[in-house]
Ligand binder design. Structure first.
Ligand code: GLC
Length: 781
């Protein structure tokens, strides 16, 4: 870690404060303010609920690079806004909010239509000093804070100081600050008022959320200008919809990626992989994907195969594909520095000058798995293209996805694993990026993982142009969802990590990254049978459902823990497969609206303060709520039911909400609840996502008044983009004692095979029909 990062000098130099507004000038999208001493503040009104705030102490707003932001200012539709002036303020009003700029001292203040302030500068407003710029905002007593990317703590982050700097945080604990992902975005919530703030800086940055001063939020960056977006909700869903309009959304993954993934460091030979798949299929544990960790390579050289242990990967993958298994291979950024060995990746990279250089012009070397390694500059488009194409070494033999690891980047200054070695990053003044984007590592460090994932994603789109692929990355920045799924890195086989996984994944989801998971069973250490069973139950809720374990640990496949645990694992993996149409629809919601798949309760109950600290219950979509067990020896637990009626998934018993209940949860049971008005599609168990066409679908309906749009397509290709998809609206309503289910007409050009549909209304019975795509009404007495 370079010494100026995160270490403040003993006596901090004073801040130069922004002074007063001297004059202002309207332009199409907003207002420029002259704030004296050549400094400039600009407010751009990009949408009625989206304001961009920029401040430059020297008046120069540098052209911002579009690394995180997917929709630049010029691409937002023009918005109507009014400007009024008083002696004290300049007031800008949109259909949704009011932004007031106080003249002296200059400060930015926002108000909702009821006049409640939010994102309101303190009297200090904006300050700057050598190498740093900062802004301070007031926080009210009621406000809670969520998002902030990957955070190893519980849900609400108020009271913490949170740094945005991607780091290999091996052995992270609840106290860890810098994580694999750095996403400088958060959401603030209080009853009837929620807003998001995206800090548009890739440099080292930090949020002090009332840690130093109880009621003050400080944003700080080592950038040369201040640039942030305020996104008014008031609901979390609206904030995320706008935030993901700004930073992009997840492309729809192949449906098989929603199935169960089995991984270990490492299944390191063809024989072992074949045996693994045989066990899965013989034991009827559904599975779609096997991950190959670093040992499939020749001496950890990326884009090679070890010829002794994997003599014929093409044949292996063909055989696996006949059994419905896809293969995903790990790729690390460190390229073995191997100039004498005819290793094309190293030779070509050196020849073409693709690797990061130090400021003195020397190619930078660090140490990772392959020992001495050099590192591609993924900020450059030509390097990304080269890297993306190199993946043909894997896709040519049938690999269907790429797992990007160690891309924070993780490296040492001594041979890897050497206890004397220190973790390092590239020198801050190393050059990075090409053309107009050429800059230094200081600005691009946080972007390394995301741009590596981008190279993988774009490469796979070319190499497997007719099929959707899967990309997984450990590190990323705001916008990573455009290219890749994310997992939470190296957790431990300990109860605390099981507990922490839910709020971690929820906060990632509230940061625009919906396709997320934690290693089921825990990566480091040995899981006990009880821990493993509980983890598989909870893992069934993870958008990315992958079991993984570290080299040297006890094996963690579901059958390693005895019959009882194997049966529990099978039951919950089967439930995941039964729910695939539901999950797939949630992925479509994420791809089209930026909605999280796994949601904390506050997402749907933002005015119920009882949900604000509730980190150990989650919603999958809007209709299923889980209250998992994450402690040993626990066989019952308290569950909070928000307002409305709830139904127990297992017994179908109904409960009135707005209360806590005590529920039984013996080892084989994870408490699950269905919300009134839920419409949940279920299909028969399959051993892999594409095993059979769906010729039978059960709709589980809970009496109430709600609707659900089911999304379907071929699950594999890009034809859905050309209209080969189908949506179906279902609506449930109450009429006296009757429950009425309206089945809408199927819309779109994709037609499933003929299918039987069974509609089960809880407490009322079932009706079934052969689906011809037409609308119909079902009445339940
Ligand atoms: C890192 C990854 C882990 C992987 C290991 C070996 O620790 O986080 O998932 O198994 O490297 O590649």
């Amino acid at each position: 870690m370079p010494e100026f990062i995160g270490q403040l000098p003993k006596r901090e130099p004073a801040w130069n404060a922004i002074s007063s507004v001297q004059s202002f000038r309207r332009y199409t999208q907003g207002i420029h303010f002259d704030c004296g001493n050549n400094s400039r503040l600009t407010l751009s009104i990009l949408a009625p609920n989206l304001i961009r705030v920029r401040f430059s102490p020297n008046g120069e707003l540098t052209p911002r690079r579009s690394w995180a932001v997917n929709l630049p200012d010029a691409e937002w539709n023009n918005v109507n806004f009014d400007i009024q002036e008083t002696d004290e303020q300049i007031i800008i009003e949109t259909d949704k909010i009011k932004v007031c700029v106080q003249r002296d001292p200059c400060k930015v203040m926002c108000f909702d239509q009821a006049g409640n302030p939010f994102a309101h500068d303190t009297d200090l407003g904006i300050g700057f000093r050598k190498g740093e710029i900062s802004s301070w905002k007031e926080i009210t007593a009621e406000e809670r804070f969520y998002g902030f990317g990957e955070r190893s703590q519980l849900l609400n982050q108020r009271g913490k100081c949170l740094t945005n700097w991607t780091t290999d945080c091996l052995d992270y604990t609840m106290l860890t600050d810098e994580m694999y992902q750095a996403i400088p975005f958060f959401m603030s919530l209080r009853p009837n008022l929620g807003y998001g703030l995206f800090f548009n800086t890739t440099f080292w940055s930090q949020f002090d959320v009332g840690a130093t001063q109880l009621n003050t939020l400080q944003l700080k960056t080592q950038d040369s200008e201040l640039d942030y977006y305020i996104i008014y909700g008031p609901e979390p869903a609206k904030i995320l919809e706008t935030y993901t309009q700004l930073t992009g959304r997840m492309p729809l993954p192949p449906r098989w990626a929603l199935g169960y993934h089995q991984c270990r460091w490492s299944y390191d030979s063809e024989t072992e992989v074949r045996e693994l798949v045989k066990q899965l299929r013989d034991r009827r544990i559904p599975c779609d994907v096997i991950h190959l960790d670093i040992d499939y390579m020749q001496g950890f050289r990326v884009f090679t195969w070890n010829k002794q242990r994997f003599p014929n990967p093409k044949k292996l993958i063909e055989e696996l594909s006949q059994q419905g298994i896809k293969v995903v291979n790990i790729i690390d950024p460190g390229v073995k520095f191997d100039p004498e060995a005819d290793y094309q990746v190293c030779d070509r990279g050196l020849e073409q000058d693709y690797f990061i250089r130090r400021a003195d012009g020397q190619v930078f070397h660090g140490y990772v798995w392959p020992d001495r390694a050099v590192f591609p500059d993924f900020m450059r488009a030509d390097v990304r293209e080269w890297w993306g194409n190199l993946q043909h070494n894997l896709t040519d033999v049938g690999v269907a996805g790429i797992w990007n690891d160690m891309n924070e980047p993780a490296l040492n200054n001594q041979p890897f694993g050497d206890l004397e070695g220190d973790k390092i990053t590239f020198p801050m003044d190393a050059s990075s990026g090409g053309g107009d984007d050429k800059t230094t590592w200081r600005e691009t460090h946080n972007l390394y993982g995301m741009n590596m994932a981008r190279a993988s994603y774009e490469g796979l789109q070319k190499l497997r142009s007719d099929k959707r692929s899967f990309v997984l990355t450990r590190s990323g920045f705001a916008g990573v969802q455009r290219y890749s799924a994310v997992w939470t890195g190296d957790n431990h086989s300990k109860w605390e990590y099981l507990e922490m996984s839910l709020p971690m994944l929820c906060n990632l989801g509230l940061s625009g990254v919906a396709f997320v998971g934690a290693d089921i069973g825990g990566f480091a250490g040995d899981a006990s049978p009880e821990l493993f069973a509980r983890w598989m139950q909870l893992g069934m809720l993870y958008p990315l459902m992958r079991g993984h374990s570290m080299i040297g640990t006890k094996r963690h496949e579901p059958w390693e823990f005895g019959q009882e645990v194997e049966d529990i694992c099978r039951k919950y993996i089967e439930l995941r497969y039964q729910l695939l149409p539901y999950f797939y629809t949630l992925f479509w919601q994420a791809a089209t609206k930026g909605e999280p798949i796994l949601r904390p309760l506050l997402y749907h109950y933002p005015n119920d303060v009882k949900t604000y600290e509730l980190y150990d219950q989650v919603l999958i979509g809007s209709s299923i709520m889980a209250a998992p067990i994450y402690r040993p020896g626990v066989e019952n637990r308290m569950v909070y039911l928000p307002e409305g009626t709830w139904y127990d998934w297992w017994s179908r018993k109904s409960y009135q909400g707005s209360q806590h209940i005590l529920v039984d949860a013996p080892l084989e049971k994870m408490p699950l609840f269905i919300r009134a008005g839920a419409i949940i599609p279920l299909v028969p168990v399959m051993q892999y996502a594409e095993e059979l066409p769906v010729n039978e679908m059960r709709l589980l309906v809970a009496p109430g008044k709600r609707e659900f749009t089911l999304y379907e397509d071929d699950g594999l290709t890009f034809a859905y983009r050309d209209g080969m998809n189908s949506t179906r609206q279902y609506r449930v309503d109450l009429a006296g004692n009757q429950v009425v289910v309206e089945v809408g007409e199927r819309k779109g050009n994709w037609n499933p095979d003929e299918r039987k549909v069974i509609v089960e209304v809880i407490g009322k019975g079932e009706q079934e029909f052969i689906d011809d795509g037409k609308g119909r009404q079902l009445v339940y007495q």
